[in-house]
Design a protein. Structure first.
Length: 105
């Protein structure tokens, strides 16, 4: 008996288990389809994170130039923070997407 990764949720379960105790996925069924579903769910999650980071980035740029002039004071701090956090978050998420797509299902 060994611990294996559940194809449905990714949690560690017994290799002898017939059903995952976390997500209730039937392990004795078609494992390949469960792995594909898990892969698609992770892809969707990464795309949502990418969209959120891009929205934060664009929000920072819009806030910075709102009213036609560059921001000053607290508005500049908030806009710069959103801009930087969104940019870095987007880059990190895109790298994760590329690495995830390279994984075989």
């Amino acid at each position: 008996m060994a611990l294996v990764k559940c194809p449905g949720c990714g949690e560690r379960i017994s290799s002898m288990a017939k059903q995952c105790s976390h997500c209730k996925a039937n392990i004795s069924a078609d494992n390949e389809s469960l792995q594909v579903i898990s892969h698609i769910k992770r892809s969707n999650q990464l795309m949502n994170q990418s969209f959120l980071a891009l929205t934060l980035f664009i929000g920072g740029v819009v806030t910075w130039f709102w009213g036609g002039e560059p921001a000053e004071g607290a508005r500049a701090t908030v806009a710069g923070g959103a801009f930087a956090l969104g940019f870095v978050g987007y880059l990190i998420t895109r790298v994760q997407i590329v690495l995830h797509k390279r994984k075989k299902v």
